[in-house]
Design a protein around this ligand. Structure first.
Ligand code: FES
Length: 129
């Protein structure tokens, strides 16, 4: 079952924001054409969280071994020689009647990361607030 999670998308085209829900990081992207899209920030190389989130030349960069993902599609753009079987999982973005935005978070997103990784992300996220 999915749950709506309110988000505040980035205002500037080509920029990203990180939202954390129950230890699962979500990358919110405002594309160069102004669309809002979202991905689970989980790297399939070792099922690790892409936290801290860093974007370089339009690519989301995994902090662990440097694999790169296209920030607008989530596809692997450079695996840096590692076996990265899939890109970032896409997340549905909703526009509510009042114009605010939300993403649909699903239980299966949690399975993309180990419990240990989710704990790390939740702890880091709590220390930033
Ligand atoms: S965990 Fe992301 S590149 Fe290794």
């Amino acid at each position: 079952m999915a749950k709506e999670l309110p988000i505040a998308p980035p205002r500037i085209e080509g920029s990203t924001a990180l939202v954390v829900h129950e230890g699962v990081p979500y990358c919110i992207v405002k594309t160069r054409s102004g669309e809002i899209c979202a991905f689970v920030a989980a790297c399939a190389h070792e099922d690790r969280a892409i936290v801290p989130l860093r974007v370089k030349r339009g690519d989301i960069v995994c902090p662990h071994h440097g694999a790169r993902f296209d920030a607008e599609t989530g596809r692997v753009s450079d695996d840096r020689g590692y076996d990265v079987p899939t890109g970032l999982e896409s997340v549905e973005v909703l526009t509510r009647p009042d114009g605010s935005r939300a993403i649909l978070v699903r239980k299966r997103h949690r399975k993309l990361l180990s419990k240990k990784e989710r704990r790390r992300v939740a702890k880091e996220s709590a220390s930033r607030t």
